[in-house]
Design a binder for this molecule. Structure first.
Ligand code: SAM
Length: 478
């Protein structure tokens, strides 16, 4: 075996993986890795992702210049370039490597790199445009938008940040737009159907949610078979007789707004022609707008409104969900789709630019300036006052990102009045409201400046002679 001649010990950067890497997990969750797609892990290191993907039933193969140089390099639908770019000390070779990975991809390249917010974890001396560690390994840590721009520049296509430090570059516009559409309005879940009656019920449900009849191409195959003996006219009549008109009207409104949102996000990401839109979106545009031009004009206006402070502030005031503070609106993940469309657009634009982290609970949208943070409270549902674990922020004006981990903090910020982050009809709202009312009555919110962190809150609980048992406030027993 001829070992590559590198100026740094790149082979030492490859770790043994017990489970899928963040980029591979993201691509699986985003339905980019599918059983009928081939996968190549370019620079696969010790091959942990390849094995895990094969285990999931994927046709995955790997290649690595040090660990697996003899493997055959074959084109694949999905090519991963996972944490390779950041370990290459020669900028020229870095670019060639990215280009080679892109050339091997038939559908999508998933390029990832470590980000600048990991700087405190990497100790080393300045070397070229990065750092050389004491183990002689090199790291060029990327800014989130630096990585995205770099991949765009080398591949020559528009990219989307799938997660922090994970960028998708698609071989054709249709695949990129299908991904965007799926991300903004996930595919409808069809009700199960075993016979014609339940298949009709499923179509009625679709019509009530989407506001229009599905086309045969949009209906899952077994259901289309069950309905095949009905003419389009008969099906239309049956649905009209059973569908709830108010729900259909709400569905129409929702789809109109979702379409505007999609087109505005698409404009933010770079707009393609009508024919490259996903088929269902084309049908939505035809059903709910006079023309594609009209839909685009309205979505352009929506994107412009995002720049208007007074408009954004007004939308936050009018929002039926979320907790508004003097600096920002905070919304739980479960309530985010209930935000006014301009605020959903705000969050989507930030996520396309910098990647939404895989784990987050509450989104924070600033109303002064434009910045979105995704805050992770892993115990939101079980802890009456959940503690923050991490926050990832992107400034939409500068596209700078920052990350804060509270994992080692002894006095973490925590949340109160959890119901305010959720939609009013959320199943947990009443229970959280009852707790808040009991806490207010016990005098626990009399000194708001003291209760924002664990220690202060604990001290106030003691002062008021109370303790928490689950979501119940009881008298202290000690
Ligand atoms: C940090 S490891 C990542 C390994 C693997 N992708 C993972 O995430 O587990 C970096 C890998 O890049 C490989 N590598 C270094 N230079 C490369 C190049 N020019 N082309 C492809 N891979 C390269 C190294 O051999 C090493 O295995």
């Amino acid at each position: 075996m001829v070992e590559p001649t590198w100026n740094s010990e790149r082979r030492l950067t490859a770790i043994s993986r017990a489970s899928l890497s963040v980029p591979a997990r993201q691509a699986v969750a985003d339905k980019q890795v599918l059983p009928d797609r081939t996968v190549l892990d370019y620079g696969c290191g010790r091959g942990g992702d390849v094995r895990a993907l094969q285990h999931l039933g994927c046709q995955a193969a790997g290649w690595d210049p040090y660990y697996l140089p003899e493997a055959e390099l074959r084109r694949a639908d999905v090519v991963f370039l996972t944490y390779v770019l950041n370990v290459i000390e020669d900028p020229h070779e870095r670019r060639k490597t990215l280009q080679a990975a892109w050339d091997l991809a038939d559908t999508v390249l998933v390029a990832s790199a470590r980000l600048t917010w990991e700087r405190s974890k990497v100790k080393g001396e300045a070397f070229g445009d990065g750092l050389l560690t004491s183990r002689q390994t090199f790291q060029h840590l990327y800014g989130a938008s630096e990585l995205r721009n770099y991949v765009e520049e080398v591949t020559g296509v528009r990219t989307v940040s799938a997660a922090p430090g994970v960028v998708y570059a698609f071989k054709d516009e249709t695949a990129r737009l299908a991904y965007l559409a799926q991300r903004i309005v996930p595919d409808a879940v069809w009700l199960a159907s075993e016979d014609t009656t339940s298949a009709i019920a499923a179509v009625v449900d679709y019509v009530e949610r989407r506001g229009r009849l599905p086309r045969t191409e949009e209906v899952p195959y077994p259901m289309a078979e069950l309905l095949s003996h009905l003419s389009p006219g008969e099906l239309r009549r049956l649905v009209r007789d059973s569908a709830d008109e108010t729900k259909v009207e709400e569905g129409m409104k929702r789809t109109t707004l979702n379409t505007l949102l999609f087109l505005a996000v698409e404009l933010f990401n770079g707009r393609g022609p009508f024919s490259s839109l996903p088929f269902s979106v084309q049908l939505d545009v035809r059903a709910f707008f006079s023309s594609y031009k009209e839909a685009c004009q309205r979505s352009d206006r929506l994107l412009l409104k995002l720049r208007d402070d007074a408009y954004v502030r007004g939308a936050m005031n009018a929002s039926k969900v979320g907790k508004l503070t003097p600096t920002a609106l905070y919304v739980h993940q479960r309530a985010i789709d209930h935000l006014p469309t301009v605020l959903r657009l705000y969050e989507h634009c930030a996520s396309i630019a910098a990647g939404r982290p895989q784990d987050w609970t509450v989104a924070k949208l600033r109303h002064q300036g434009r910045a979105v943070s995704w805050l992770d409270y892993p115990d939101f549902d079980t802890d009456p006052h959940p503690r923050i674990l991490s926050s990832y922020q992107v400034d939409l004006k500068t596209l700078e990102t920052s990350h804060t981990s509270y994992a080692d903090s002894k006095n973490r910020p925590l949340l109160h009045r959890k119901h305010e982050f959720l939609a009013p009809d959320d199943k947990d709202v009443e229970r959280y409201k009852r707790l808040t009312a009991a806490e207010v009555k016990a005098g626990l919110y009399e000194h708001p400046h003291l209760i924002g962190t664990e220690n202060g809150w604990q001290a106030e609980l003691v002062r008021c002679g109370r303790e928490l048992r689950g979501h119940r406030l009881i008298r202290r027993t000690d």
